[in-house]
Design a protein around this ligand. Structure first.
Ligand code: OAD
Ligand code: ZN
Length: 250
């Protein structure tokens, strides 16, 4: 089946990828709904909310500092690099990710849409202050604070990520939907496909007569509309797929 899927990709004109936590699993980043998704006794749904931050900002920051540390130890894996390869070959037009771990950018993806924000960005809960910690060089400083504060106004900073019950960044979402409307192929990698509106992306591609290729270790909310389901680890399947595509186009 990989050869057939490679053929579809090789002849595509406007392919996009839609990724979730599963693409970073082999990098050691815990997924949300997997066995390793719990921090202490909490599910992410209990801590990644505005309510949790209002009642216990210290606990929520503790959770995010733990995630930031985990992610700092992680490196992109062959799945991330395969998507970079496909972009360089001119096949992949964009990567739309639900991940906040920055690993697509670290790997070298150029056209990246982050639907749920980025864990290395912080923003003020009061003024319009924003900071990308990888650029400002303040990661360590922030990790040492109980509740990091805004350098401009002194209010609490929060991770610039989307929490449960919050809207997605409007501009990013509308760009993603537009890409999905015109995509002839979407490669869906490592997502349970149950969190909306992000999970609409493959459905929009399908509605517009695009082909849905899914890579996952198990079936997901997207599998019912997948034209091709490649079962296995993203870091194993994607490099094989890229090899096949290269064979076809070279
Ligand atoms: P989930 O944890 O819900 O799903 C991870 C998916 O990856 C599952 O379908 C796994 O089967 C699959 N998977 C695990 N290891 C894999 C591997 N090595 N190769 C391929 N697939 C693998 O994560 P998401 O679908 O990303 O939202 O979750 C969606 C959103 O819910 C997240 O962005 C986050 C979360 O709560 C917000 O924070 C707003
Ligand atoms: Zn401020």
């Amino acid at each position: 089946m990989i050869a057939e899927v490679a053929g579809v990709l090789a002849s595509s004109k406007s392919a996009i990828a839609f990724t979730g936590a599963g693409i970073s699993a082999e990098s050691g980043v815990p997924t949300f709904r997997g066995r390793d998704g719990l921090w202490k006794r909490y599910r992410p749904e209990e801590l990644a909310t505005p309510e949790a931050f209002r009642t216990n900002p210290k606990l929520v920051w503790e959770f995010y500092k733990w995630r930031i540390k985990k992610i700092l130890e992680a490196k992109p894996n062959p799945a991330h690099y395969s998507l970079v390869e496909l972009e360089k070959m001119g096949i992949l037009k964009a990567v739309i990710t639900q991940n906040v771990d920055d690993l697509h950018r670290e790997a070298g993806t150029k056209n990246l849409l982050e639907l749920h924000g980025n864990i290395f960005r912080v923003r003020c809960t009061s003024c319009n202050y924003k900071e990308y910690l990888k650029e400002s060089g303040r990661i360590e400083e922030v990790l040492q604070e109980d509740i990091p504060r805004c350098p401009k106004c002194g209010a609490y900073l929060r991770p610039d990520v989307v929490w449960f019950g919050e809207p997605l960044p409007e501009e990013v979402l509308s760009k993603a939907f537009k890409l999905a409307e015109t995509a002839d192929v979407v490669i869906v990698v490592g997502t349970s496909g149950v969190v909306y509106p992000a999970a609409y992306i493959p459905y929009i591609v399908k509605e517009n007569n695009g082909t849905v290729i899914e890579i996952n270790v198990q079936e997901s909310g997207i599998t019912p509309i997948a034209d091709f389901f490649l079962r296995g680890k993203a870091g194993v399947i994607l490099p094989k797929l890229v090899d096949e595509v290269r064979r076809i186009i070279e």
